[in-house]
Structures are given as structure tokens and as C-alpha cells.
Design a binder for this molecule. Structure first.
Ligand SMILES: [Cu+2]
Length: 168
């Protein structure tokens, strides 16, 4: 019996750990084929990419059409500082090119597909935690709901720690 409780606690603690965001480095220069850069990687929302470059290179955050045509008509942002970090904060494909003449045509263009973040391990449903207050008549606001969620998480965490202390 004890081993099952221990396993349940370990499982719960693992679920509580935040999934770690990854960071990727890109040496940004001509003569590199970036066309399949993202293919073997599982890039997710929350990850960051850093472009490392020098000289006359730039990093332009552009539309798909600009990426395909090597133009900068819809540049969302343009950078030339040599180390440019982008936080990938939403799903979809991001497009970056160098705006120096001829560089994009020579391969300085990259498309990065960003997948949804892994499901964050929220606390499992807890039906039996007694609540001193009667259920509210009106739907909870997001703040209230998240406060209760945090409260429940804290209670379960306390119980889990107590259980671990008993078992060890
Ligand atoms: Cu360039």
C-alpha cells in the first residue's frame, strides 16, 4: 500500500514541475541552408531563439510573403545589434530574413514552426477538499478561480509533503 502512496506522491510532484523552455542558437550568415532548420526540432511556445551575427547582417521579422520573395515590405521588426533574441510566444510559423542586398537570396532566410506548448501539468481535480464557504451564486472571476486553484494546490502539496515525511 505504502509504495502506491509514494508513487502517487512522486507522480504528483513531477506533474507540478513546470515544463522547461528551450533556447536555440542560430549562427546567422550567408552560405548556410536554413531551409530545414526547424524540421528536426520540436520548438514550442515559450522557447527562445537567438541569432548571432555580425557585419552588415540584419534580422528582419517578416511575413510569409516577404520570406518567400526576399522582400521587407511587411517587416514586423528589424535588428542589427549582433545578438537578437526572439521569444516564441505563440503558435504558428515565424519568418526571418537578412535585409542586406542579396543575402536572403543567398540563404539568409529561416522559417521556424512553433508548436503549442506541452500541456502544463495542472493540479488534478480535487472533489473532496472541504470548502468552508457555501458555493458562490455567481460564476467565479478568473482571479477568484485561480486563487482557489492555488489554495487547493497548496493544500495538496502540504498533504503530499506530510505523506512523504511519514513514509521516509
Ligand atoms: Cu546578411
Amino acid at each position: 500500500m505504502a509504495i502506491f502512496i509514494e508513487m502517487a506522491i512522486v507522480f504528483f510532484l513531477l506533474r507540478c514541475m513546470p515544463s522547461l523552455a528551450a533556447s536555440y542558437d542560430i549562427d546567422w550568415s550567408t552560405g548556410t541552408d536554413y531551409s530545414r532548420w526547424a524540421a528536426g526540432k520540436s520548438i514550442k511556445v515559450g522557447d527562445t531563439i537567438t541569432f548571432h551575427y555580425g557585419g552588415f547582417h540584419t534580422v528582419n521579422d517578416v511575413s510569409q510573403a516577404d520570406y518567400q520573395a526576399c522582400t521587407t515590405t511587411t517587416t514586423l521588426s528589424s535588428h542589427a545589434e549582433g545578438n537578437t533574441v526572439f521569444k516564441l510566444d505563440k503558435e504558428g510559423t515565424r519568418y526571418f530574413i537578412c535585409s542586406s542586398a542579396g543575402h536572403c537570396q543567398n540563404g539568409m532566410k529561416i522559417a521556424i514552426t512553433v508548436a503549442a506548448a506541452a500541456a502544463s501539468g495542472g493540479a488534478p481535480a480535487l472533489p473532496s477538499i472541504p470548502n468552508a464557504n457555501s458555493p458562490p451564486e455567481t460564476p467565479l472571476t478568473t482571479n477568484e478561480a485561480s486563487f482557489i486553484h492555488r489554495q487547493r494546490k497548496a493544500v495538496v502539496f502540504g498533504i503530499a509533503l506530510f505523506g512523504l515525511a511519514l513514509l521516509s
